[in-house]
Design a protein around this ligand. Structure first.
Ligand SMILES: *[C@@H]1O[C@H](CO)[C@@H](O)[C@H](O)[C@H]1NC(C)=O
Ligand SMILES: *[C@@H]1O[C@H](CO)[C@@H](O)[C@H](O)[C@H]1NC(C)=O
Ligand SMILES: *[C@@H]1O[C@H](CO)[C@@H](O)[C@H](O)[C@H]1NC(C)=O
Ligand SMILES: *[C@@H]1O[C@H](CO)[C@@H](O)[C@H](O)[C@H]1NC(C)=O
Ligand SMILES: *[C@@H]1O[C@H](CO)[C@@H](O)[C@H](O)[C@H]1NC(C)=O
Ligand SMILES: *[C@@H]1O[C@H](CO)[C@@H](O)[C@H](O)[C@H]1NC(C)=O
Length: 340
């Protein structure tokens, strides 16, 4: 309430007097209406003077409250500057963990009672159609994890390394506000980042950023790359025709991209996960929570998998694919459901 009143303190004097006049006229009209029924002869000039006095007293009162408030505010700010930042107590962690533990001070809000809860930084490094959307909903179901989505799908944010760094700084300072933002008690904050979204292109600087800022990487890949490819094709078209001639070349390319990413980021603290394993083995999610050092919780996702059952149901030229992969290192991709 008092804050609202202080709106007046920021407007120029002329506006205040305007608002008083407007108020004045409005009240007078109102009073005249009521009074005119009972005493039509009453002098409107006296009435005007009374209401004007009333309005002026109100104005002075509001201004004095605002001045008082501004006074306290500036003193507080002044004190904040003067008072040395009291460091949070040493967390009970192993020495190797120290570079990975942070105490961000968001610009947009206060972490309040959790200001001394350490925060870990992470990035989910993945490729399209590898289940990272589903995986992220699982992470975000944890009260202390905030994963802000595919932030670098927006091209300007990855147009050069300075925009990338600026964006990462905002995220890791807990100032990125998205639907995944949690309360002040976030203990792990990160994003989902596809390998083709500037990550491999700027890998040297990003590895350096991860090293100096203590960011951990969660690699999320899919074991069955044929399923991944078909899943992408289905998005575009029902029962796609897969070009069998290009198939092996494309699978190799995806494998090489993944290998390259692992090679580039091998010095970063990381964990490697496969979509199929998370689906089958609930221990994997506990491993991730241990990796992020958040309290162990059971996490759920409402997102359902769309494509179930044998791949042959989804592709028009299954026989061609079988022939193309038969006897190659990718033969196992042809097998049933979520097999290796
Ligand atoms: C986690 O999922 C459950 C079940 O869908 C839901 O009730 C709960 O509110 C979710 N928690 C968070 C923090 O999103
Ligand atoms: C980086 O990209 C941003 C956004 O596209 C642009 O505003 C900025 O000038 C660029 N900086 C450099 C150093 O190229
Ligand atoms: C997790 O969040 C809860 C409430 O949201 C908070 O009480 C708790 O301190 C947080 N834990 C950590 C490790 O930050
Ligand atoms: C598969 O791709 C190759 C190379 O681009 C092309 O020559 C061939 O015609 C394509 N096959 C089909 C069935 O589209
Ligand atoms: C599940 O994963 C854990 C490690 O994350 C592993 O030790 C265990 O053997 C796995 N269980 C199965 C059934 O694969
Ligand atoms: C795969 O190749 C083997 C021989 O190498 C053959 O016996 C089998 O019929 C082939 N399967 C398919 C589905 O083409």
């Amino acid at each position: 309430m008092a804050d609202d009143l202080c709106f007046f303190s920021k407007v120029p004097m002329s506006l205040i007097s305007w608002s008083i006049t407007a108020f004045d006229i409005w009240v007078i009209d109102d009073l005249q209406d009521t009074f005119s029924l009972k005493s039509p002869k009453k002098s409107p000039l006296v009435l005007r003077m009374v209401v004007l006095m009333f309005a002026m007293v109100c104005g002075v009162y509001i201004c004095s409250i605002c001045l008082k408030q501004i006074g306290t505010r500036t003193t507080n700010e002044f004190l904040n500057v003067e008072e040395p930042q009291r460091p949070c107590p040493e967390p009970n962690i192993e020495p190797w963990e120290i570079p990975y533990v942070h105490y961000p001070k968001p610009k947009t809000y206060s972490r309040d009672e959790c200001a001394c809860n350490p925060v870990r930084y992470f990035a989910i490094l993945s490729m399209q159609r590898s289940g990272s959307g589903w995986f992220e909903t699982l992470l975000n179901n944890h009260t202390n994890i905030s994963s802000n989505g595919e932030i670098f799908s927006v091209k300007v944010r990855r147009s050069n390394i300075s925009s990338i760094v600026e964006t990462l700084d905002t995220i890791y300072n807990l100032d990125w506000l998205s639907s995944a933002s949690k309360n002040e008690c976030t203990a792990a904050v990160g994003l989902k980042w596809m390998l083709n979204q500037g990550l491999l292109q700027h890998h040297e600087e990003i590895v350096e950023y991860f090293r100096t800022r203590g960011v951990s990487a969660i690699f999320l890949f899919r074991r069955n790359l044929l399923r991944r490819m078909i899943s992408a094709e289905i998005l575009a078209r029902y029962k796609p025709l897969i070009n069998a001639t290009l198939l092996i070349r494309d699978l190799k390319q995806v494998e090489e991209t993944q290998t390259k990413a692992l090679e580039y980021f091998k010095s970063t603290r990381h964990i490697i996960l496969y979509y199929e394993d998370i689906l089958k083995n609930s221990t994997k999610l506990a491993d991730v929570q241990e990796f992020l050092k958040v309290p162990k919780r059971e996490v759920k996702s409402r997102q359902v998998k769309i494509h179930k059952g044998p791949l042959s149901n989804y592709v028009d030229n299954w026989d061609d694919l079988q022939k193309a992969l038969n006897g190659t290192q990718y033969q196992s991709f042809l097998l049933g459901d979520y097999r290796k």
